[in-house]
Write a protein that binds this ligand. Structure first.
Ligand code: ME8
Length: 672
């Protein structure tokens, strides 16, 4: 059985968990669940980073000891992980006795091997940011992060001879190019390593900061919080799980790349361990174009999203919306659109039409017998094979978005298959054998999709399979697994269509708008790509060459000048618009508006959609009934003079000539 070890960062206890923390953890959970489904022996680690000055200060403010404070606050992460269905095998806290003992043992080992030395260092220290800054980094003589005053401090500290590992680091990355992903991040690290690598300060004097793991060989010092934190990935394996090292994936955000590559790999070399197989640094979530921050009041609470949409939809959105590795923007409208388009419509249609209507009406509500495979059946089976292979390859490489796109190809192929095989016509003709075979193939697609989603969906995958009477996922991608005669049930829709943003989200947006501070002057520094990127500092004292410290290029996008030419869109933008063929089944005048007609349009769903269209001046209701048209099916529903309009038809020019794919194309066919 293959072993698979995946980790998330351990999160600072002082933060309130937001969608950024949820993102990394859901990603790690999804790949952990996938490897388990594939039969691997999985170790999935997450936890909390509990030492350091900020925790100490927050505790003092509350009149608590730092330990009491961490005991209270780390629960926030545990609670959120439970709600999101996270299946970690271990939750590590850096205040755990076993972790502390491990860190001390490693420090002692490094000390005894001559890897550590003491030196005196002077610099500008910011208590709020808990770090030294170079003179040129200060803004108006103050800490660039917090705006607080800095002090000139000279102090003796313990240093780790990190600089000695520069050549070995470069050789390791050259021999194992996949060890830092995506490639862009590897290049950043290589850029960083072009300059001389300094040694790393691994202590803090107790007199200044006492909340840390004491150095075993010097009672006046505690361990630097990053030395403590990074060691968690190894300390968690003590007591029988040692064989999981080296980790298959450390999944992190791009902000902590240097720590997890340069610092961590050097530490591991010195401690006599191999580096992890892969560090994957994903991108950054912004919110409606802005950095998430408490002061802007735009921090997106994962709890609110789970309350409004359920954990499964939240997990789907986070991993489907942006490519893993790229930055992304969280917009509530985009969530709603994706929820309705992919989950309520595409997936909902696939199951609902067959399970709720056709099978109970025409087949006694059981899995029908299979029949001889037609070309259409073979084509569907080929999509199932291709889509599931694509899912596996992409998921194993943490390409979550592509994996889900691949699976949704199968969902859409299933819907198309229903359209093209026309079970309603087979029923009318009394061709029960073929009708049964068609419906059964759709159920097989449902099983395959539902089974694969077991790695993403803690609840809905089980619900999908339960509709077929299955209790376990069955990943086999062939269309011959279900037992004829076993009962199926429609149950509740998995993702009911939402006409507008859920009330809790609307209320939160209103409250944020009301409380929004006036626009801030442009900050001096844009968002930092990497928390490490130090100028010569206590962490990096030997590199006094100003070119020696910062990372090559900040990964945050620079604000581009507004383009004068017409805005071009990416394919992905176009792909957001879902077009389908429709057939107008009813048309009447709007009672309150002369320009508007109210149409009922069959777009391949169980019920026709109501669409209000401004075409009364050019079309009579009678002339429209029976016409084939093209409909945007994922437009946010709107009320037009009191009537809900759920979609939009496409029409050309002043005469509003209706676009059509031709009367032969059945309603509900997707247009690409
Ligand atoms: O850095 N977008 O902890 P932390 C995407 N304790 N991901 C985000 C994000 C955003 N806007 N905001 C946070 C620490 N993250 C250290 C780690 S590990 C040995 C020690 C995620 O609480 C992302 O994974 O600041 C990022 O790397 C992590 O949260 C930082 O969490």
């Amino acid at each position: 059985m293959a072993r698979f070890y995946v980790t998330t960062p351990i999160y600072y206890v002082n933060d309130v968990p937001h969608i950024g923390h949820a993102y990394t953890t859901v990603a790690a959970d999804t790949v952990a669940r996938w490897r388990r489904l594939r039969g691997d022996d999985v170790m999935f680690l997450t936890g909390t980073d509990e030492h350091g000055q900020k925790v100490l200060r927050a505790a003092e403010k509350k009149g608590l000891t730092p330990q009491q404070h961490a005991d209270d606050t780390h629960i926030r992460y545990k609670q959120l992980w439970e709600r999101l269905g996270i299946t970690h095998d271990h939750f590590l806290r850096t205040t755990d006795a076993a972790h502390q003992a491990f860190v001390q043992a490693q420090l002692q080992k490094l000390h005894d091997a001559g890897e550590l030395y003491t030196a005196e260092y002077s610099g500008w220290y910011s208590t709020s940011a808990e770090r030294f800054w170079a003179e040129e980094e200060l803004v108006d003589g103050k800490c660039p992060d917090s705006g607080q005053p800095v002090e000139w401090i000279t102090e003796k500290n313990w240093f780790f001879k990190m600089g000695a590992y520069q050549e070995r680091l470069l050789a390791h990355i050259a021999a194992n190019p996949d060890c830092i992903q995506p490639e862009l991040r590897r290049n950043e690290v290589l850029g960083y390593l072009k300059k001389p690598l300094g040694d790393l300060c691994i202590s803090r004097p107790k007199a200044r900061m006492s909340w840390g793991i004491p150095l075993p060989f010097d009672p006046d010092y505690v361990t630097y919080v990053w030395f403590d934190a990074l060691s968690n990935y190894l300390s968690a394996l003590q007591g029988g799980r040692e064989a999981f090292w080296p980790a298959d994936y450390h999944i992190i955000g791009k902000d902590i790349l240097t720590f997890h590559t340069v610092y961590w790999f050097s530490m591991l070399f010195a401690m006599g361990f191999e580096p992890p197989k892969r560090v994957y640094a994903h991108g950054w979530w912004m919110v409606e174009g802005q950095k998430m921050s408490k002061s802007l009041g735009n921090v997106v609470s994962p709890h609110m999203l789970v309350d409004s949409y359920g954990a499964d939809a939240v997990r789907y959105f986070l991993l489907r919306e942006i490519p893993f590795g790229g930055d992304g923007d969280f917009a509530h409208q985009a969530f709603l659109v994706r929820y309705n388009a992919d989950l309520a419509n595409d997936l909902g249609n696939l199951g609902h039409r067959v399970l709720a209507t056709m099978l109970p009406r025409w087949m006694g509500g059981v899995v029908p017998e299979s029949g001889p495979a037609t070309d259409a059946d073979l084509a569907l089976a080929a999509v199932a094979k291709r889509a599931t292979e694509g899912f596996d390859t992409n998921l194993s490489a943490l390409q979550f978005r592509q994996a889900l796109e691949s699976l949704w190809e199968l969902v859409r192929a299933g819907n198309k298959y229903v359209d093209s095989e026309e079970p309603w016509a087979l029923n009318k003709r009394g061709d029960t054998a073929r009708l049964g075979a068609v419906l059964r193939n759709v159920l097989e697609v449902w099983r395959i999709v539902g089974s694969h989603l077991a790695c993403l969906w803690p609840t809905k995958s089980g619900e999908m399979l339960a509709k077929l009477g299955l209790t376990e996922p069955d990943l086999t991608p062939t269309l011959d697994r279900l037992v004829a005669g076993s009962p199926v049930s429609a149950g509740d829709p998995l993702f009911p269509r939402l006409l507008e943003l859920p009330p809790a989200i609307q209320a939160a947006l209103e409250a944020a708008r009301a409380a929004a501070p006036p626009p801030e002057p442009k900050p001096k520094k844009t968002f930092k790509a990497d928390k490490a990127a130090p100028a010569p500092s206590l962490e990096n004292p030997v590199s006094t060459d100003p070119a020696a410290a910062p990372l090559a290029a900040p990964a945050a996008p620079a604000a581009p000048a507004a383009p004068a030419a017409p805005a071009l869109i990416e394919y992905d933008d176009f792909a957001k618009v879902q077009l389908r063929t429709g057939k107008i089944v009813k048309a009447e005048r709007h009672p309150k508006a002369d320009r508007l007609l109210i149409l009922q349009v069959d777009v391949g769903e169980p019920e026709p959609r109501q669409i209000v269209a401004g075409i009364a001046a050019t079309h009579t209701p009678e002339s429209l009934v029976g016409q084939s048209i093209v409909v945007v099916v994922n437009l946010k529903p709107a009320k037009l003079r009191g009537e809900i309009s759920n979609g939009m038809l496409l029409a050309a020019g002043d005469s509003a000539a209706l676009l059509s794919a031709g009367a032969d194309v059945p309603p509900g066919t997707g247009i690409k």
